[in-house]
Ligand binder design. Sequence first.
Ligand code: ADP
Ligand code: MG
Length: 344
Amino acid sequence: METRTEISSLGEFGLIDHLTKNIEFTNASSILGVGDDAAVIDHFGKQTVITTDMLLEGVHFDLMYTPLKHLGYKSVVVNLSDIYAMNATPTQITLSIAVSNRFSVEALEEFYEGVYAACERYQVDLIGGDTSTSRSGFVISVTALGEVNPDQFVQRSTAQKGDLVCVSGDLGGAFLGLTLLERERQIYLENPKIQPDLENEQYIVGRLLKPEARKDIIAFLAENEIRPTAMMDISDGLSSEILHICKQSSLGCVLYEEKIPIHEDSRMAAFKFGLDPTACALSGGEDYELLFTIPQSEYDKLVLNEQISVVGYMTDAAEGSHILTKGGNKFRITAQGWNAFKDQ
Ligand code: ADP
Ligand code: MG
């Protein structure tokens, strides 16, 4: 039988010690970590980038279909994605949790296994956090720090007219994974005897439960001396994110539906659910890909990387923000994406 250790048997300090005792730093900038009133970091003349995110049970994740290890991994990755989106290198994280006694020490160990797996993969150090009791659900808050050479960070507000709009990887998969798991959850609640049917859906489920931050794209851009003019990560769907870049850069854009990268498995899943794959890419969230703009003169350097798609270009603000469909129609992009502009 699986053992269940009550959190109360360790106490708060015992628990923190238990969960953090094996930490070994990988970054020279991590000077002092868990165990004091605050951590100390030294970025040796570089600039520091910092971001924080909160994840609430029932709002951002459902423990019914989210394994704790995956949740730990994802909690870290979504923050690292924000650091990369600044063109910076993540170096440290702090992790705060609020848990009820519904959780055992073993459950938290599983969660931290995912956290440490992400730390190792992305070479970041866990340097602190906070632990509290929750009377409702599981609450997770991660803060990530990163470093960047002075003034090399890339904002959302600095795209230029004529720049190419680029997207990494493919879009819509995480939303389709969520749609599938939500559907299976409903079926299960109505009839617990029915086992979930997830066969052939590993790709979309993986996109939701185990996203990766695009460290490789940032490395590629640096190696090829491509400096994006503007950049952000895609956590809320392409429509919403490109509108942020347009608004903050005081520009418009044209996107081409046929250029939007969608994985074959996502396309198949969309058709199965009666959804438009492009709508999923535009409005679905949690893909954690990068959206960035580059000068047209850099186009030739991009062909080396099949993980980067050019999906459009930036225009004057007066031209608005539009998408040209495969059928030759032109629609205004709205934050809600496809469904909203289908009616126009
Ligand atoms: P304080 O009373 O100063 O808030 P805590 O007892 O909460 O101190 O934390 C003690 C040390 O353990 C600090 O270094 C803190 O950053 C770290 N810590 C607390 N909770 C966590 C956690 N869940 N994960 C990692 N480190 C933690
Ligand atoms: Mg504390």
